[in-house]
Design a protein around this ligand. Structure first.
Ligand code: COA
Ligand code: AMP
Length: 642
């Protein structure tokens, strides 16, 4: 009974995507309506709403103002680290966005140009994104926790005409000077942007001035506001780099039309929120969650969105999230399980929760990493609202598997499962040979093509990698990179990545990228980096090295140097803290490092010795190494799993 509505809608979305999505497309204001929903491009890839014309910044701002909502609050900037709360109306936001867009236009930025945004969680970051969208320029936001070297890789790939940054960010106990990092990145990159716009936060951070630097506030004073540029539905709105299985991040492209339709659809149907209500995604604009649910979906759908500059703990304590929910009457909240674990660690009884009026909160959504059952239960028990684990990726841009709260009746939550495929996603579990796995049988999580609107149409500048990475593995399917299974009721259980990507505190990172940095250390002969379980961050990276025969270095010294190298090359967000020295690494006879087995040993989990192993004795050596050097955590894990 409860599922009739979902079943009907879901089946329609899969069997008749053309009409299903044309109906959804009617919810947004097009400059020119598309005649068709689904077509194929010159590469044979599916495209949505080709021929439709629109502007995403118009949908997020002007459309609401034209509907008489200009004086309503578009977003609330809540910054415990600077003790600021600023409420910005749609009118005010539109004025600031159109003025910045005017300033960018003066600098020569036009439709189709790329712009990198490297900024902390301040209103100017959102304004910059929307200003790009207004001009039809393509933004690429780079998360502030990435080091200059990573920023340089993205500069060389996206080739921005302009970088927008701020003088500083704030990380709990320290100021992060962004501008010197941007300068370093530009120095490292082969491509040189024409201009850098710098927003001065006046927090005292170093702000070296370059000859092509422009002060954000000065530009805002002299610029004229501009109107929205019409773009095609299939024109890119943004590029967001995410970790792949090589050292080079992948530039996920998001288009304008499909994205806007999907954003609108998901707010209503997945998150079950209404326009004018307050939606809070406690993430960062540098991640996909921030793009979709701090900025675009919330504004396109006409909610008030919260831009939170802080952490779940230590800014100032584990009550912060609940204070924000209560102060701003948040109806639906979204965060990563790791944030809840951090709060639970500081306030196990959840006693802070009782100090706030949380009666407005309807749902808590969790994503970004596997949600462990104890975190789910704790949140349910303390918050007394449905806690919805949902699964998606940078590539999809919006939820793939969820308990869709927009339907009147919901599915029963099964801990460990993100529930059912969202309308539009034909999720299937496949075996390595491409046949369908049985119920309960673990396999590869794939989605039958076409993917719905809003999902990646391609990778920036790398169609080959797009095909190889996602489409080649199973003919006619998109391969997600995750493993999982379906139970007898059709619930989807995601068991984790089947590649070298790890999720550290909800941040997606590549172990291959870290290995490249570790391997560069002059004393390291070979190495591997694996993601091991961590009570707080879900996973953390661990490096195992084999030293060169003539190396003369103590292991603690090596660890300090390698940790510093990874922070410098990738950034603090990588959270690599532990580096072990082994005599040898376990490998197959063809020389492939047995990372999966190493991970199992580190996590104290059972494993079978692969028949292809070169020398099984090495596994015992690795076991002994963990026992010796990971005292405490290793013993505890071994005990837990025995
Ligand atoms: N700029 C500069 N440095 C940053 C940064 C940024 N934007 N974001 C993080 N860092 C640094 C941190 O200061 C930290 O440095 P340290 O090693 O010197 O302490 C390091 O990167 C790791 O940061 P983080 O992963 O945030 O760990 P933490 O220990 O500071 O906090 C949590 C732990 C769980 C509270 C935090 O990770 C968290 O809130 N996670 C939720 C993540 C999330 O929302 N993900 C989005 C997907 S929904
Ligand atoms: P990102 O692209 O950074 O959003 O990371 C996407 C990856 O995070 C997915 O491929 C999964 O491995 C993991 N992930 C995200 N949400 C969940 C979830 N609810 N359950 C399990 N894994 C998740």
């Amino acid at each position: 009974m409860e599922k009739i509505m979902y079943d009907r809608e879901f089946n329609r979305s899969i069997k008749d995507p053309e009409n299903f999505w044309m109906e959804q497309a009617a919810n947004i204001s097009w400059f020119q309506k598309p005649q068709r929903a689904l077509t194929k491009d010159e590469n044979g890839f599916y495209r949505w709403f080709k021929g439709g014309k629109l502007n995403t910044s118009y949908l997020a701002l002007d459309a609401h103002i034209e509907n008489g909502r200009g004086e309503e609050i578009a977003f609330i900037y809540d910054s415990p680290v600077t003790q600021t709360i600023e409420k910005i109306t749609y009118l005010d936001l539109r004025d600031r966005v159109s003025r910045l867009a005017g300033g960018m236009k003066r600098l020569g930025i036009e439709k189709g140009d790329t712009v990198i945004i490297y900024m902390p969680m301040i209103p100017q970051a959102v304004i910059s994104m929307l200003a790009c969208a207004r001009l039809g320029a393509i933004h690429s936001v780079v998360f502030g926790g990435f080091a200059p070297h990573e920023l340089a890789i993205r500069i060389d790939d996206a080739k921005p005409k302009l970088i927008i940054t701020a003088t500083s960010g704030i990380e709990v106990d320290r100021i992060i000077p962004y501008k010197p990092m941007v300068d370093e990145a530009i120095g490292l990159a082969a491509h040189k942007p024409e201009h850098v716009i710098v927003y001065n936060r006046r927090l005292g951070a170093a702000r070296p001035d370059g000859e092509n630097d422009i002060d954000y506030s000065t530009l805002m004073k002299i610029a004229d506001p501009v109107r929205c540029t019409e773009v095609d539905a299939t024109d890119p709105l943004y590029i967001l780099y995410t970790s792949g299985t090589t050292g080079k991040p992948k530039g996920i492209i998001r288009d304008n039309g499909g994205h806007a339709v999907a954003m609108y659809y998901s707010m209503k149907n997945v998150y079950g929120i209404n326009p004018r209500e307050v939606f809070w995604a406690a993430s960062d604009v540098g991640w996909v969650v921030g793009h979709s649910y701090i900025v675009y979906a919330s504004l396109i759908y006409g909610c008030t969105t919260v831009l939170f500059e802080g952490k779940p703990v230590r800014t100032p304590d584990a009550s912060t999230f609940w204070r924000v929910v209560s102060d701003h009457n948040v109806k639906v909240m979204f965060t990563a399980p790791t944030a809840i674990r951090a709060i639970k660690k500081e306030d196990p009884q959840g006693s802070f929760i009782g100090q706030f009026d949380m009666s407005g909160l309807r749902y808590l959504f969790l994503a970004g990493e596997r949600c462990d059952v104890s975190t789910l239960k704790w949140a349910e028990g303390k918050l007394k609202v449905p806690v919805i684990d949902h699964w998606w990726q940078t590539e999809s841009g919006w939820p793939i598997v969820a308990n869709m709260m927009g339907f009147k009746e919901h599915f029963k939550v099964k801990p460990g499962s993100a529930t059912k495929p969202v309308c539009g996603y034909d999720v299937q579990i496949l075996r390595a040979d491409g046949t369908a796995a049985d119920k309960g049988e673990e396999g590869y999580v794939a989605i039958k093509l076409p993917l719905p609107p809003g999902t990646l149409p391609n990778l920036w500048g790398d169609t080959n990698r797009f095909v190889k990475g996602y489409l080649d593995k199973f003919d006619g399917y998109y391969f997600s990179g995750d493993g999982g299974y379906l139970d007898e009721d059709g619930y989807v259980f995601i068991t984790g990545r089947v590649d070298d990507i790890i999720n550290v505190a909800g941040h997606r990172l590549s172990t291959a990228e870290m290995e490249e940095v570790v391997a560069k250390h002059p004393d390291v002969a070979e190495c591997c980096v694996v993601g091991i379980e961590d009570d707080l961050k879900g996973q953390i990276p661990l490096a195992i090295t084999v030293l060169k025969a003539d190396a003369d270095i103590e292991s603690f010294q090596l660890q300090a140097e390698v940790v510093a190298d990874v922070r410098k090359e990738i950034g603090p967000v990588a959270s690599l803290k532990k580096v072990l020295v082994a005599e040898r690494l376990p490998k197959t006879r063809s020389g492939k490092i047995l990372r999966k087995v190493i991970r199992a040993i580190a996590d104290g989990k059972p494993y079978t010795t692969p028949s292809t192993i070169d020398d099984p004795v090495i596994l015992q050596e690795i076991h002994d190494l963990f026992e010796e050097q990971m005292v405490g955590s290793f013993e505890q894990k071994a005990k837990q799993s025995s």
